[in-house]
Design a protein around this ligand. Structure first.
Ligand SMILES: [Zn+2]
Length: 116
């Protein structure tokens, strides 16, 4: 489990949280992971994003590592895809890089959204 999941109390009715970084590497089998929620908020405000109908796509530049690419459906609790890509790499996003992205392009705490 990630540090933010560990520190953030459950604030919704419904299924319990399922961390997206059970072993420090992104897993698509996730629900309301606190790091994912924060990363999505950061991406919505400060990254290149595109929404078509209910599908969201975001790209966060993380030079020199590459680009974090995120994809999710509706503003629910699940992140469908999170990976790092560059000319030579396509791999699942690590917790370490997710936290680095949040720190690099983070937003004020009051503006964070809580996934419902
Ligand atoms: Zn988590």
């Amino acid at each position: 489990m990630c540090r933010l999941c560990d520190e953030t109390p459950k604030q919704w009715v419904g299924d319990d949280r399922k961390c997206a970084f059970p072993n420090g590497v992104f897993s698509a089998d996730n629900w309301n992971c606190a790091t994912v929620a924060k990363l999505r908020s950061v991406a919505n405000r400060n990254a290149l994003t595109k929404t078509i109908e209910d599908s969201h796509f975001a790209v966060i530049p993380m030079y020199p590592d590459g680009w974090i690419v995120l994809s999710w459906y509706k503003e629910r609790g699940r992140m469908s895809q999170a990976m790092l890509v560059n000319d030579d790499v396509r791999e699942p996003l690590t917790l370490q890089l997710a936290m680095a992205a949040i720190e690099r392009i983070g937003i004020p705490k009051t503006l964070e959204r809580i996934a419902k």
